[in-house]
Design a protein around this ligand. Structure first.
Ligand code: PLP
Length: 394
């Protein structure tokens, strides 16, 4: 019997899944830059618009290049369906709009990307959806935050920038035991399916900022929602058709090509990160290193069970506070001073005054984000050069 893509291993899926050759028999996927598609007859147009017949209509909601990316990522995450979106934030917005209505309640980790927090608190709050924020690692807090009207649970793991681990199986179990209809949504952009597959651990929906490791070279902004045929294949698709925060065919082509090398890049970036993290533990000026691959990480055992490697973000606290952190950042010659991650180029940032600048001092103190904290998102340069670029004694 002919094999299906799910019979193959991830490195094979990353290269092969989703491709359908056109009549030109191209080897590499073409980019279909067309806004609309033509029909053979008025009857066919009618059948397509009423969804009686499957097929392309208009690129706001279906496009062959976007479909290649979607099927490739769905295959890697082990989901039935995937929808590409214009950004990672559009993926989060689509998930909220498709899954929530006024009066619903969300339980979210407090350690999430800032714009996701603003979206839940502000934007969703304006539409009568309330969110309770809890500590990612406190399972009792998740348990007691769930209410009768809770419809969604949301977290990212590892969480930025301190690399705390959310127990995907345990949080999914807590939510589904309270109510099987609660959607457990996991932002998987720090690990990618190469290191961790949340759907196989009990989550219902996986979100991605494709802008990060999926592109892998810092070129395009995009996102994706992965999950089952009903929620993602029907409800998210319907939201995209109506509201339209779509992925462009060109970006989809970049992301589909990015997926082909994702296993190689993510594994190499993890190995480089491990070398950096180990080197940092030897530096006298470093108070503490946060990296899930180190046995000193407070959740090392959970990280080891849930992720195949430690990831490609290493944070550390300097004894000299903000002055030392800024001096270190300013003394680098090779590293890029920018907050993006998942890029071939290693980036360095000061979370206190950049990514978390809008948080109050109290919130930062509660979350453990100190003035001496530095985050390095490790890329593909030789790790010896990256370590050599960090001048602690200036
Ligand atoms: C963990 C995480 N989720 C979501 C996003 C949002 O993605 P995008 O910038 O593609 O909208 C980011 C962006 O930095 C992120 O770091």
């Amino acid at each position: 019997m002919k094999k299906s893509m799910s019979d193959y291993r991830p490195a094979t899926q990353a290269v092969r899944a989703g491709q359908i050759r056109s009549s030109e028999n191209e080897h590499s996927e073409p980019i279909y830059t067309t806004s609309s598609f033509v029909f053979e007859s008025a009857a066919q147009a009618s059948a397509r618009f009423s969804l009686e017949e499957e097929g392309n209509i208009y690129s706001r909601f279906t496009n062959p290049t976007v479909r290649v990316f979607e099927q490739r990522l769905a295959s890697l995450e082990g989901g039935e369906a995937c929808v590409g979106t214009g950004s990672g934030m559009a993926a989060m917005l689509a998930t909220c709009m498709a899954g929530l209505k006024a009066g619903d309640h969300v339980v979210s980790s407090q350690s999430i990307f800032g714009a996701n927090q603003t979206l839940l608190k502000g934007l969703m709050g304006n539409f009568g959806i309330k969110t309770t924020f809890v500590s990612l690692t406190d399972l009792d807090a998740w348990r007691s935050a769930i209410r009768q009207n809770t419809k969604m649970v949301f977290f990212e793991t590892p969480a930025n920038p301190l690399m705390q681990i959310g127990d995907i199986a345990a949080i999914s179990d807590i939510a589904h035991s309270a109510n099987p209809d609660i959607k457990v949504v996991v932002d998987n952009c720090f690990c990618t399916p190469i290191l961790q597959r949340p759907l196989s651990l009990g989550a219902d929906v996986v979100l991605h900022s494709a802008t990060k490791f999926i592109d892998g070279q810092g070129r395009c902004v995009g996102g994706a929602v992965v999950g089952d045929a009903d929620f993602v294949g029907e409800k998210i698709v319907s939201f995209m058709r109506t509201a339209g925060p779509s992925m462009s065919p060109f970006n989809a082509w970049v992301f589909a090509k990015g997926l082909e090398t994702l296993p190689l890049r993510v594994n190499q970036a993890c190995d480089n990160s491990m070398q950096l993290a180990e080197a940092l533990t030897e530096v006298a000026q470093v108070e503490r290193v946060y990296y899930p691959g180190l046995s000193t990480h407070t959740q090392y055992e959970l990280a080891k069970a849930q992720q195949s490697k430690g990831g490609a973000v290493v944070s550390f606290e300097l004894k000299g506070g903000q002055e030392a952190a800024w001096k270190l950042i300013d003394s680098t010659e090779l590293l890029s001073i920018t907050a993006n991650l998942g890029d071939a180029r290693t980036t360095i940032t000061h979370p206190y005054t950049t990514t978390h600048a809008r948080w109050s001092d109290e919130d930062k103190a509660a979350a453990g984000i100190s003035r001496g904290l530095v985050r390095i998102a490790v890329g593909l340069e030789d790790p010896i050069d990256v370590i050599g670029d960090l001048n602690f004694s200036n």
